[in-house]
Write a protein that binds this ligand. Sequence first.
Ligand code: IPE
Ligand code: IPE
Ligand code: MG
Length: 241
Amino acid sequence: MSRNFATQSTCHHVAIVMDGNGRWADERGLPRLEGHRAGAVAVRRATEAAARLGVPLLTLYAFSSDNWRRPEDEVRGLFALFTVYLREERERALREGVRVSVIGRRDRLAPRLVREIERTEETTRGGTRLHLRIAIDYSARDLLVAAASDVPRSRDEMSRAIARAMHAEASTEDVDLFIRTGRERRLSDFLLWECAYAELVFYDRMWPDFSAEDLEEALRAFERRQRRFGKTPAQTAEVAR
Ligand code: IPE
Ligand code: IPE
Ligand code: MG
């Protein structure tokens, strides 16, 4: 399907909890890291699909602040993957008009990874087709605590304070469509402020099996939802006419 959803609907921001890499590998008798490798391929697929479908902003959860609690070798393997991914994707993103940035804490990341992040952000800054944001060492609750120390007095001030705390520019944007793969139905500390009115879509399939068609299907499900933001169904239908 070639329909450009985002220009015809209000789906500006899609956020995905890419869950199930480990179980995908387990089911195949492979080490967990193989699942994460296959997950990186699925990231490429989802990014291409989002750009093709006209989604302007895609935020992917790659590593939560609680994921530091995993075995050391898995954490090391994941960070090696992030470093290679950012290096390899730079040129492709530039060619395809994709702006890549990373949100989350940076003070606990290896200097080498921080350099790759900065170079990728710098190189792809001019991309206008899709803004891909990857959340690494990300905790929504920690960000809310950090933002609160600025004493924000309005929702707009809070959104700006959160953006500052996670190394994003301007103001953090509401999530329109929240997707989680891997059978779990939970938020796991992702974009808690931004998901206030997000539409939720869950997939039983594991992240490495997530396809372009799945993203299209989620966008179609989004189209069918009536977002009311506190109003009645009748009021909402009136505005839509
Ligand atoms: C998501 O897959 C990727 C990361 C959290 C880094 P998991 O690694 O959580 O996979 P499962 O949930 O153990 O299958
Ligand atoms: C959430 O997945 C984090 C990422 C996908 C990066 P987890 O697998 O860590 O979440 P829980 O622990 O099952 O809630
Ligand atoms: Mg998991």
